[in-house]
Ligand binder design. Structure first.
Ligand code: UDP
Length: 410
């Protein structure tokens, strides 16, 4: 089966954790790799942002990324992708034609849905879509004050999210909450909806010896360690975490907070906003800013930590929570989006309200001072049982076969 993934801004081979790369990059790369391994021929089309990278680059056997020029060279904030969308869409259509047509097209995020819809207007091809994030839910959670939630942008996004739901042969929801949102907010018909939670690579994201991991990372052997992994977008709640951590230190004065992703530890232009906040709370000696690390290196951090904090205001799925569990490390997360399901079992972690540093601190102290061994076991079981990557890729492939058969492609 020949599959095209459209991943507008998220290059599957980019290093996540910086300003522009995160869960979608990891999701698309992992899925492409596994589908390639299952015998599919997979192309992932994305914007060619860095001309230092090849136009076409292998991801794994059977899977490659294809970069199409669209707009200026260099990174582009996600909310400005609309400026290059037309050129990107034409590049996607051209790719489909040059390739002699794909059997299934799977789009990711709403800009890619625009490209998929344009392609389907010109060529008969079954569409599968994963939203990754929903405009209406995001706006309700974080307000209208950012550029991408403002008037026209939001309206265009919402319209596209509705349209792709009505046009796609299948829409993949990552959690039961998203499934409900898609029906309620976008009117996506029930027959198109497929619940397929993302999986994580449990061979890569597997527990390491915590003492060894700490030694390798230069972290103290005995201190309680809280970990944050992710981009430093405001909606990730990192400000709440710094405030909460100041409270954690009152109960556990030896505690250390390790931040992976976001600001590089040494910036030429002086301390970034996170370092400045850490300084303001007098926490510079107990907070380690490690900057973005390659995905393969995250397992060592999860294994070294006693608890991973996911304090997001909005989190469509939240791969970090599941990755942490896969490494046997419990999670304290906010009760939002996909986290409400992934961290639902009280043995794997604690859910707290968003934007509440005091509640976050209480939960962190609770996990840091209670039954680690039992939690570690439950975390591993939940990750392997519910969020295994084999099951994920198998379920997605079954969706492709179903829509291809219905379209008469196979
Ligand atoms: N990540 C990484 N290196 C970093 C920071 C993050 O590999 O320095 C990865 C992390 O392991 C996860 C992804 O980036 O796979 C973030 O995904 P998540 O769904 O948690 O958040 P999103 O970026 O989609 O908001």
């Amino acid at each position: 089966m020949r599959v095209l993934h459209i991943s507008d801004h998220a290059d599957p081979l980019a290093t996540p954790g910086g300003e522009f790369c995160g869960g979608q990059n990891v999701y698309v790369r992992e899925l492409a790799r596994r589908l390639g391994g299952a015998g599919c021929t997979v192309d992932v089309v994305t914007r060619w942002a860095d001309r230092g990278l090849a136009r076409r680059e292998p991801i794994a056997p059977g899977a490659r990324t294809v970069r199409v020029p669209a707009g200026p060279v260099g990174p582009l904030p996600r909310e400005r992708f609309g400026e290059v969308l037309d050129e990107f869409c034409e590049g996607v259509v051209r790719l489909h034609e040059e390739a002699g047509g794909y059997d299934v097209v799977h789009s990711h995020y709403w800009y890619s849905a625009v490209a998929a819809l344009r392609l389907a207007d010109r060529h008969p091809v079954p569409l599968v879509h994963t939203h990754h994030s929903l405009g209406a839910v995001r706006r309700a959670a974080i307000g209208r004050d950012t550029a991408d939630e403002a008037g026209e942008h939001f309206a265009a996004r919402h319209r596209t999210e509705r349209r792709i739901g009505l046009r796609a042969a299948a829409v993949v929801a990552s959690s039961t909450g998203e499934l409900t949102d898609l029906q309620r907010l976008l009117g996506t018909p029930r027959h198109a909806l497929q619940m397929v939670p993302p999986g994580v690579d449990t061979t890569l994201l597997a527990p390491r010896d915590p003492a060894l991991a700490r030694a390798e990372l230069g972290l103290p052997a005995e201190a309680p360690v809280v970990l944050f992994v992710g981009r430093l977008e405001p909606r990730k709640g990192w400000e709440d975490l710094v405030r909460a951590f100041a409270l954690v230190r009152r109960a556990l004065p030896e505690a250390v907070l390790v931040v992976v992703g976001g600001e590089a530890p040494q910036r030429r232009d002086g301390p970034g906003p996170l370092a400045a906040l850490v300084e303001r709370y007098g926490l510079a000696g107990s907070v380690e800013l490690r900057g973005p690390v390659p995905h393969a290196a995250t397992a060592r951090y999860y294994s070294a930590a006693d608890v991973t904090a996911v304090p997001s205001h909005y989190e469509p799925f939240g791969l970090v929570a599941v990755e942490s569990m896969a490494c046997g490390t419990p999670v304290v997360a906010t009760r939002v989006g996909g986290l409400r399901w992934s961290v639902a079992d009280p043995r794997v972690g604690v859910l707290v309200p968003p934007r509440d540093p005091a509640a976050l601190a209480t939960a962190l102290v609770e996990v840091l001072t209670s039954g680690a061994a039992e939690r570690r076991q439950a975390c591993r079981e939940r990750a392997a049982g519910v969020y295994g990557a084999e099951r994920w890729a198998g379920d997605i492939l079954a969706v492709y076969h179903r829509v291809a058969a219905a379209a008469g492609v196979e």
